[in-house]
Design a protein around this ligand. Sequence first.
Ligand code: FPP
Length: 242
Amino acid sequence: MRIYGQDIDEKKLPAHVGIIMDGNGRWAKARGLARIAGHEEGFKSLDRLLNANKEIGVRVITIYAFSTENWKRPPAEVQFLMGMAKKMIVDYLDTLLRNDIRFVMTGSFEGISADLKEMILGAMERSKHCKSYTLNAAFNYGGRKEILDAVRRIAADCSGGKLDVSKIDEKKITEYLYSPELPDPDLIIRTSGELRLSNFLLWEGAYSELWFTKKYWPDFHPRDFCKAIADFQKRKRRFGKV
Ligand code: FPP
């Protein structure tokens, strides 16, 4: 199909795209605005993408909404991001449901307020029948923390006699991660010109293709998403083979 100026083979779409939505703060600063204005605009950018994706058709999108490192930001900004998460669930869940988008979270509930946790679990429950798309929010997420949590649970199951050490393999480790039911991301996009993963989907992204743009997240357009997919489709993925 020809979409947003790109030729995209719909039979070879990435099943799962991860997005590091970076640059909200710099977008705001460049306009003399407060950082939180950048996050608000970033939310609009996400909405624009999810809307466009109804035509593009990527089944699973994971967004890096709040990392375990983001707690170190000024308290007011942390508060604002927690508020945005609530807003997303209260005001935006109906839009997700209307578009048949299932909402899931990948991350830890440690440090998350009881009411927000309840809201997140409620949104997951209310959208679990949605089958067309999945929006996976990496929220209070860190790749190392995810692996650490898995190791702890595996160790507990081993010492409790529920799991035999000889049964631990890569598949078993995946089962103990936050979202074992999701496919690994085929493609990871990062905006704002930074060229690193910053603790995002470390295990799952082992073979992901990476795509970077200098644009700040609020300026990211479905056109850029389609360009990333078109570029992805031109790459040769070998998974270690020749
Ligand atoms: C990175 O930009 C962005 C974030 C840490 C938050 C992204 C959140 C959204 C786009 C809205 C959806 C959010 C939730 C919680 C549901 P940055 O602040 O690191 O930008 P900078 O590197 O320019 O400072």
